[in-house]
Design a protein around this ligand. Structure first.
Ligand SMILES: NC(=O)c1ccc[n+]([C@@H]2O[C@H](COP(=O)([O-])OP(=O)(O)OC[C@H]3O[C@@H](n4cnc5c(N)ncnc54)[C@H](O)[C@@H]3O)[C@@H](O)[C@H]2O)c1
Length: 264
């Protein structure tokens, strides 16, 4: 696949771990210059070291994506290092557990600033530097398309990312900048691996997933590379679901499967 990404400059937030790190590897393998941005600088540096071991040039940037001045600096540092900016991948996010009664106002604010304001800030500071043919990608979630119990702020923010994506696609389409987001399903990043170590839970998710496996960070990274590439030149404003089919079945189909799983 000719992605057209060789020599292009890419910022990936949350690239010190999981989906962001895998994406940094996949963009770099396409010849892109990657700014590995993360609030944990040592994790960003680890990703840079992994890329260097494969012979790829990248830089580590310490950033809290919820802080306007830090996002502006991230963009400026990338352009200072690479001389251009072609792809912004807003991937960093955070989660706080609780329903509307349980969640503190501070936690509500942190999740909104990290997951949603970050996408607005990224565009605010990056778009003026991005040439026609550039692209913005964000990591949304299945949690932006349907609800999970006790994740009120996470679910609301991921839904907001999806409509921010559409709005920015409308605003920046005439500039030749495409804006899309990815809705990953259960993806085996470090945090999710701990959660899915419960055998019963793993069995349930696998039974509900037509592709009969769990997602890997590489599955999302490949979707991000495709969205940023020339191959997706007419894909704009879309939430792309990458979940092995987890969300395509209705409740009845799942109940039929559950009977097979658990005779009670
Ligand atoms: N893993 C899944 O199953 C799954 C499913 C749906 C959506 N997602 C989304 O995928 C994205 C990546 O998640 P992951 O699973 O790879 O998680 P992860 O924890 O492996 O990586 C997230 C990275 O973001 C960084 N980060 C957190 N807050 C930050 C901030 N304020 N500023 C800068 N960096 C920050 C962390 O340091 C970490 O390195 C997130 O947007 C998440 O909501 C993940």
């Amino acid at each position: 696949m000719n992605t057209g990404l060789a020599g292009k400059a890419v910022i990936i937030t949350g690239a010190g771990s999981g989906i962001g790190r895998a994406s940094a590897q996949h963009f770099a393998r396409e010849g892109a210059l990657v700014a590995v941005a993360d609030v944990r600088l040592h994790k960003a540096q680890q990703t840079v070291d992994l890329l260097a071991a494969e012979g790829h040039r990248s830089i580590a940037i310490e950033v809290d994506v919820s802080e306007p001045a830090q996002v502006e600096r991230m963009v400026n540092d990338t352009i200072a290092a690479f001389g251009r900016l072609d792809v912004l991948f807003n991937n960093a996010a955070t989660v706080r557990v609780g329903n509307a009664v349980e969640l503190t106002v501070d936690d509500w604010d942190i999740v909104w600033r990290t997951n949603v304001s970050s996408v607005f800030l990224g565009a605010k500071y990056a778009v003026p530097h991005m040439p026609a043919g550039s692209s913005i990608i964000s990591t949304a979630s299945l949690s932006g398309l349907a609800a999970d119990a006790g994740l009120i702020s996470y679910n609301a923010t991921k839904a907001a990312v999806i409509n921010l994506t559409r709005t920015m696609a409308v605003d920046f389409g005439p500039l030749g900048i495409r804006v899309n987001c990815i809705c990953p399903g259960v993806t085996m990043t470090p945090a999710m691996k701990g959660f899915m170590s419960d055998d019963r839970l793993r069995e349930l998710v696998l039974a509900a997933t037509p592709s009969a496996r769990l997602g890997e960070p590489e599955d999302i990274a490949k979707a991000a590379v495709w969205l940023a590439s020339d191959q997706a030149a007419f894909v704009n404003g879309q939430p792309i679901v990458v979940d092995g089919g987890l969300t395509i079945q209705n409740g009845f189909s799942l109940m039929q499967q559950a009977r097979g799983l658990d005779p009670q």
